[in-house]
Design a protein around this ligand. Structure first.
Ligand code: DAH
Length: 352
């Protein structure tokens, strides 16, 4: 998913976690004048566009009150506009492009792995700092932890900024092949390809020694080979017979790490990030004799290409001229533009 660390075009990486775009670490709760005044400016702005906000919502059986998430407290930087997106769960709507894409990916995994992957799509997006960062080895001084980049509910709690936040817990609970889909939150400027709320899918697969020992290759090469085969199959399932390439990259949670790119509509398009899970993550989850792979992909980025949706803000539109264009199971129906500027709510253009 195209999410930036800075506003500069040269340095707008697809992932918050890639090394080449680190910038100086900012202390999350710095009480400097600059930080607190930026926060109050945000609050003022969000009040201006405030829509009626539901005050209690339920996600995966957990009741969440507005006052649990939006608080007038220096450790909290969640505006009402962002709270209003919690519980919308576009990825659970079978007739929404994000839900249609999720289901198409589910179909691929069900078919390829005989329904062996466990699927999670209603895990609560409010997670601990430990789950979001520490458990997946994000360094203590990494920019993604900063108050500027992440929505903090309090000093120990955030709105997840990636679905990788659930990896360690699910491994600890004994899951060895799983997909996690959910809404993720990052503080960012808004434009046609960036929005502070978007959707990701995470996949993890763990192997036992007998699996790689039989193959005669070492554990890491075995997992990397299986990962590439799986994801090339997924890309063909979604995009047809496209040209693909693998690019080496860096993520704190995997080593080696890769990105998959496909040549689509005369451009190289980054599809996802992935790699062989760091042993430390497996070890902490009680898996000392295993190897695993993991991937993460941004659903909006792919849905925009597949459905030809030109602006990421349209995914939030309730205008019937948008919603009525998509039907369950219909991946890649081409979106027919209408006058979007007039019909999107003002807060979609300015939030947070
Ligand atoms: N969490 C990464 C992000 O938000 C995406 C990702 C990359 C997930 C590599 C993974 C992975 O599991 O192995 O940009």
């Amino acid at each position: 998913m195209a999410i930036s660390l800075t506003h500069s075009i040269v340095c707008r990486p697809s992932s918050l976690f890639q090394r080449y775009c680190f910038r100086n670490f900012t202390v999350p709760f710095s009480s400097t004048y600059a930080t607190s005044s930026a926060l109050s400016a945000n609050k003022v702005r969000s009040h201006k566009w405030r829509q009626p906000v539901v005050s209690v919502l339920e996600i995966g059986g957990v009741k969440i009150g507005r006052d649990d998430v939006v608080r007038d407290d220096p450790t909290n930087n969640v505006p009402d506009t962002v709270f209003s997106k919690l519980g919308m769960q576009l990825h659970r709507r079978d007739q929404h492009p994000i839900g249609i894409l999720k289901n198409a990916i589910y179909d691929y995994f069900d078919k390829t792995y005989a329904e062996k992957f466990d699927k999670f799509d209603d895990l609560c997006p409010i997670v601990s700092v430990k789950e979001n960062f520490d458990d997946v080895l994000v360094p203590a001084d990494h920019v993604s932890r900063s108050y500027n980049d992440t929505y903090y509910v309090d000093a120990q709690t955030v709105l997840r900024c990636h679905t990788s936040a659930h990896q360690a817990e699910l491994l600890r609970r004994g899951h060895t092949q799983f997909l996690v889909t959910g809404d993720v939150y990052r503080r960012d400027s808004i434009d046609s390809t960036h929005y502070p709320v978007f959707h990701q899918m995470e996949g993890v697969r763990v192997f036992n020694p007998n699996e790689w020992e039989e193959s005669g290759v070492d554990a890491t090469s075995y997992a990397a080979g299986d990962l590439k085969k799986c994801l090339e199959g997924l890309a063909r399932h979604l995009f047809g017979a496209v040209e693909m390439r693998w690019v080496d990259t860096y993520f704190p949670f995997t080593n080696p790490s890769f990105e998959l790119e496909i040549y689509f509509q005369e451009k190289w398009l980054e599809v996802l990030g992935c790699g062989v899970t760091e042993q430390e993550i497996l070890k902490r989850s009680g898996k000392t004799n295993n190897v695993a792979w993991a991937f993460g992909l941004g659903l909006e980025r792919l849905a925009m290409v597949l459905f030809e949706i030109p602006d990421i803000r349209l995914f939030w539109s309730t205008d019937e001229r948008f919603t009525s264009q998509f039907s369950e199971g219909q991946l890649g129906v081409k979106f027919k533009p209408f006058s979007k500027v007039k019909h999107l709510s003002p807060c979609l253009w300015t939030m947070p």
